[in-house]
Design a binder for this molecule. Structure first.
Ligand SMILES: Cc1cc2nc3c(=O)[nH]c(=O)nc-3n(C[C@H](O)[C@H](O)[C@H](O)COP(=O)(O)O)c2cc1C
Length: 225
């Protein structure tokens, strides 16, 4: 049984037990199982894999929303299709929903909505912004408002090998990790630009495995709390 298969099995088992317990106590258990993941998608070619990532999250009964930077949107609009159940947010949505005092502030609402933030792919540019606290678009505003350490935050860097090997990258990765982010390191393979080496985003299965593990951990901690 693969890692994901095992977690899925435990998840299903848990779901059945909790639903039975819920029936016995008359409680509506559905809300307990709602796990919400916000995918922050930035301008790496690995954005092409984000619809697949979302599809697999939905298959694990995880609610998904996506925030895409303008660069990432180029890839998302290219040859991929986001699953119907996934809401996609862009920079323009931030201002479209705010006109006056009292109106919702999208980056704060998204931060509150999500149980977990997954920056995948994390481009070199967005990685640099996150590590330096910049917040000049919807994606980095959500990340800047994210309560790191209280709610899980994962990032999966994806960039050309030379960008990955640049000394600044290591510093930025270490900075995020020191704050409580979990890195899903890139892998080595033939990159879209033709170069061969480290820098490609980790496999979707690897990212899913990490997210599902967090979901199970949350369910367990709620149960024993
Ligand atoms: C075709 C194409 C592929 C790119 N792939 C990557 C990539 O894999 N990783 C990366 O860090 N930047 C990549 N870039 C450059 C980024 O898109 C660029 O740095 C952009 O400013 C990132 O913006 P964002 O971080 O706000 O999304 C690519 C650009 C192009 C045109």
């Amino acid at each position: 049984m693969t890692g994901v298969g095992f977690f899925q099995f435990v998840g299903w088992l848990w779901l059945i037990i909790r639903r039975r317990l819920g029936k016995a106590t008359g409680r509506d258990e559905r809300m307990d199982y709602e796990y919400r993941v916000l995918v922050i998608c930035t301008g790496s070619v690995a954005s092409l894999k984000v619809p697949l990532l979302c599809q697999q999250l939905l298959a694990h009964e995880i609610l998904v929303r996506v925030v895409a930077t303008d660069s990432a949107a180029n890839f998302l609009e290219c040859e991929t299709e986001m699953p119907e159940d996934v809401r996609l947010f862009r920079d323009k949505d931030e201002w479209a929903s705010w006109n006056k005092r009292g109106d919702p502030v999208l980056h704060i609402d998204l931060m509150k909505w999500a149980d977990m933030m997954v920056v995948a792919p994390a481009s070199a540019n967005s990685l640099a912004k996150l590590a330096n606290g910049l917040c000049d678009n919807l994606a980095t505003c959500v990340a800047r408002a994210w309560p790191v350490g209280k709610k899980p935050a994962i990032f999966a860097p994806a960039m050309n090998t030379n960008m990955w090997n640049h000394p600044i990258t290591k510093k930025q990765v270490e900075t995020l990790k020191s704050w409580g982010y979990t890195e899903i390191p890139p892998v080595a393979k033939q990159l879209m630009c033709g170069d061969k080496g480290e820098g490609a985003m980790a496999e979707v299965d690897t990212i899913i495995e990490k997210i599902v593990a967090h979901k199970i951990e949350r369910i367990m901690s709620e149960y024993y709390h």
